[in-house]
Design a binder for this molecule. Structure first.
Ligand code: DC
Length: 222
């Protein structure tokens, strides 16, 4: 394995990307980059400012000034705005919905891509998302694409609601995950696709440790 490589992990919601990417980064001593969190941060801040996402000029001047701080440690990827950690705020269903809306906007995608490339300028990163191996880091040394059966992915998403008073019905979660898949796969800008040269891993019947183990084995074998 080359020193300080760029590793990408793409795939649909619930495929296991975040946990795998975080653990892989930890075991290699690399920086973990969560591209979805950057889309979420744009959505969160734009909503707070009451921005009209249909107004390209307003969006452009907002993004030119929007410079959240990024830190990454063994707990994960953290974003800070005006000295406040916003990682928890980014995980609400409202922000999820708003994030998938801003993720179709070319100006937003360019902003996220530039931030990620800047963070990865010295290599040594595991970047996770939908277009990391196709658009953001097409030259990455190692590319993985994780997927799992829809009911499995929906069941994993349902765990996010653990402890909530009235978690949504499984069939509603499944419908929402399927709708997000469709949106991610059919959008004009950087649709979710298996990158050329990517190693495909079906995580349906695998534990997180098994997936991380497979990734490490492939990386160390080359
Ligand atoms: O992975 P996530 O749920 O945190 O992603 C939030 C949204 O951002 C989701 O709608 C997909 C989108 N996204 C994207 O379009 N491209 C990426 N590289 C990462 C996320």
């Amino acid at each position: 394995m080359g020193a300080r490589a760029v590793i990408t992990i793409d795939g649909p919601a619930g495929a296991g990307k975040s946990t795998v990417a975080r653990l892989l980064a930890r075991s290699l001593g690399y920086l973990y980059l969560d591209s979805g969190a950057l889309y979420r941060a744009v959505a969160w801040q734009a909503s707070r400012l009451g921005l009209d996402l249909g107004d390209p000029r307003a969006l452009s001047s907002f993004l030119a000034e929007f410079k959240p701080e990024v830190t990454s440690d063994k707990e994960g990827f953290h974003l800070w705005v005006n000295g406040q950690e916003i990682s928890k705020e980014l995980r609400t269903p409202q922000v999820s919905r708003a994030a998938s809306r801003v993720a179709v906007l070319p100006r937003v995608r360019r902003w996220v891509k530039e931030r990620l490339r800047h963070l990865a300028r010295a290599g040594g990163v595991v970047a996770e998302g939908r277009d990391q191996g196709t658009v953001v880091f097409p030259e990455a040394e190692y590319k993985f694409f994780l997927d799992a059966a829809l009911p499995t992915r929906a069941a994993r998403r349902r765990q996010d609601w653990q402890g909530a008073d009235s978690p949504p019905l499984m069939e509603n979660i499944m419908a929402e995950v399927a709708a997000r898949d469709r949106q991610d796969e059919t959008r004009a800008e950087a649709p979710l696709a298996i990158p050329q040269g990517a190693i495909f891993i079906d995580t349906t019947d695998l534990s997180i440790e098994e997936v991380v183990g497979q990734c490490l084995a492939r990386i160390r074998a080359s």
